[in-house]
Design a protein around this ligand. Structure first.
Ligand SMILES: Nc1nc2c(c(=O)[nH]1)N[C@H]1C(S)=C(S)[C@@H](COP(=O)(O)OP(=O)(O)OC[C@H]3O[C@@H](n4cnc5c(N)ncnc54)[C@H](O)[C@@H]3O)O[C@H]1N2
Ligand code: MOO
Length: 402
C-alpha cells in the first residue's frame, strides 16, 4: 500500500498554478492573491474620535473631577462625515465617534464624563494627551501589504482591502473542475428509488466541497457502469481537473478502472481509512483523480488529496501538504474508537460543548454513513500504527473547507 503523503506528492506533481486575472474585489472571494496587495489609503484615513464627547486640549481639563469640575465654552461640533473644525484654546468641541478631530484638540472627553452641554460643557474627568483619539495610519499606511501573494481572499481580507481603498485585485482564476459520478445504481435526488437504487449524493457533496474551496464545478454528471459512456463524457470535458467517484475497487463492474487504467490512470491502494482504493493520472492531458464511491471516502479523499491539488492550482505556495500548513488544529478526544491496522485513519468527529471531540457517527467509521456525516465538523487524523484512540488523547484535525 502507498503512503498517503507519497500519493499526495504524486497528485501535486500533476498540477501547476493557473493564470491570474484582474477582478473587482467582491468577485475575488475564495480565490488566491496572485501578488501582494498594498494599502492605497491610510487606515484610519484621518485622526478621529473613538468616542461621542468633546474634543479638547488635554491641558484645559487637567484636574477635573466630580468635586471640582472644569467648565468650557463649546466652540462648535462635528459629526462623522463632516470636515474637521478648529477648536480655540480654552474651548471644547462637541464631537461624534468617527468624526475628524478639530485642529488644536489632542484628546476627547467622553460624554459620560460631562453634563452634555451644547453652549457650555461641565467636565467631571480629566484626560491625557491622545486619549480616545484614533490616529491616521495607526492601522495601515499607504503601501503596507495587507494581503500577501498566495493568500486566499477571505471575507475578512476583502474587508481589510476595502478599508484601505483597494477596489481591484489580481487573483488566480478559479480551477474549473468536472465531477463525474459512476454507477448503475444512481438516480438523481428528487427521483423515487426503485429496488437496488440509491440517490447520487457524491455529485452533490463534491460540487459543494469544490465551491466551498473556491473552485468552479463546471461539469456535474453521472454515468452508468458502461465504460463507453464514461469515456464519452470525459472526452467532452474542458476542465483543469476531473474528479470521478466509484468504480475503482476490485468488483466485476468497476467502470472507472476498466475505462481509465489503459488511458493514463494508475490505480493504487493508499494506506488510509476510509479512501483506500484510488486512481491518479493524466487523461487526454487533464489531471484526473478517481475516488472510491463510498461517500465518507469521498469526503476524506477530497480533504486529503483533492484540496491540496486545488490549492496548488490556485497558486497557493503554502507547502502543499494535506492541511494548509498555516491551519493546524488539534483537539482532545472525549470518546475513544478503534483504528484499523496499518492504515492512517480519518475519523469524522464533532465538537462537544467542552471543545473536545467525539465520533460524529455512532459506531464510528463506516464509509457509507453519509447521513450521519451531517454531524461532522472535522476529520481526526490518526497516524497508522495506533491501535486505539483513547479518551484524553490529542488528535490533529483536518477541515475540508476554508
Ligand atoms: N472485495 C473487496 N471489496 C471492496 C474492497 C476491497 O478491497 N475488496 N474495498 C472496499 C472499499 S474500502 C471501498 S472504499 C469500496 C470502493 O468501491 P468503488 O470505488 O469501486 O465504488 P463502488 O463500488 O462504485 O461504490 C461503493 C459504494 O458507494 C456507493 N456509491 C457510489 N457512488 C455513489 C454516489 N454517487 N452517491 C452515493 N453513493 C455512491 C455505492 O452504491 C456503494 O455502496 O469498495 C469496497 N469493496
Ligand atoms: O477504504 Mo474504503 O474507502 O474503507 O470505504
Amino acid at each position: 500500500m502507498r503512503d498517503l503523503d507519497a500519493h499526495v506528492a504524486r497528485a501535486l506533481a500533476l498540477v501547476a498554478p493557473l493564470a491570474a486575472e484582474r477582478l473587482a474585489l467582491g468577485g475575488a472571494l475564495g480565490l488566491t492573491a496572485a501578488r501582494d496587495h498594498a494599502a492605497r489609503d491610510a487606515s484610519p484615513p484621518f485622526d478621529n474620535s473613538a468616542m461621542d464627547g468633546y474634543a479638547v486640549r488635554s491641558a484645559d481639563v487637567q484636574g477635573a473631577t466630580p468635586a471640582s469640575p472644569v467648565v468650557l465654552p463649546v466652540a462648535g461640533e462635528t459629526a462623522a462625515g463632516a470636515p474637521p473644525g478648529v477648536v480655540p484654546a480654552g474651548h471644547a468641541w462637541r464631537i461624534m465617534t468617527g468624526a475628524p478631530m478639530p485642529d488644536g484638540a489632542d484628546a476627547v472627553v467622553p460624554v459620560e464624563s460631562t453634563d452634555g452641554g451644547v453652549t457650555d460643557v461641565t467636565m467631571t474627568a480629566s484626560v491625557g494627551e491622545g486619549r480616545h483619539v484614533r490616529r491616521a495610519g495607526e492601522d495601515a499606511r499607504p503601501g503596507d501589504v495587507i494581503v500577501h501573494a498566495g493568500q486566499c481572499f477571505t471575507a475578512v481580507r476583502a474587508g481589510a482591502l476595502a478599508a484601505v481603498g483597494v477596489a481591484t485585485v489580481d487573483a488566480v482564476r478559479a480551477p474549473r473542475v468536472a465531477v463525474i459520478a459512476t454507477g448503475d445504481e444512481l438516480v438523481d435526488v428528487g427521483e423515487d428509488l426503485a429496488p437496488g437504487q440509491i440517490h447520487d449524493s457524491n455529485s452533490v457533496l463534491l460540487a459543494g466541497l469544490l465551491r466551498q474551496a473556491g473552485a468552479d464545478p463546471v461539469v456535474i454528471a453521472k454515468v452508468s457502469d458502461r465504460p463507453e459512456e464514461l469515456l464519452a463524457r470525459i472526452a467532452a470535458v474542458d476542465a483543469d481537473l476531473i474528479v470521478t467517484t466509484g468504480g475503482v475497487s476490485v468488483g466485476a463492474y468497476d467502470v472507472v478502472k476498466e475505462a481509465l487504467a489503459a488511458r493514463g490512470v494508475e490505480f493504487v491502494r493508499v494506506a488510509m481509512q476510509p479512501g483506500k482504493p484510488q486512481g491518479l493520472g493524466l487523461v487526454n492531458g487533464t489531471p484526473t483523480v478517481c475516488l472510491p464511491g463510498n461517500p465518507v471516502s469521498v469526503l476524506v479523499s477530497f480533504a486529503t488529496i483533492v484540496a491540496p491539488m486545488l490549492r496548488r492550482l490556485g497558486g497557493d505556495s503554502g507547502g502543499g501538504g494535506i492541511v494548509d500548513s498555516r491551519a493546524h488544529e488539534a483537539a482532545v478526544v472525549d470518546e475513544g474508537w478503534s483504528v484499523p491496522p496499518g492504515r492512517r485513519q480519518f475519523m469524522p468527529v464533532r465538537f462537544t460543548a467542552a471543545g473536545t471531540v467525539v465520533p460524529a457517527t455512532p459506531g464510528g467509521s463506516g464509509s457509507h454513513l453519509i447521513a450521519g456525516l451531517a454531524a461532522a465538523e472535522a476529520l481526526a487524523d490518526v497516524p497508522a500504527g495506533a491501535e486505539r484512540v483513547a479518551p484524553g488523547d490529542t488528535v490533529n484535525l483536518v477541515r475540508w473547507s476554508r
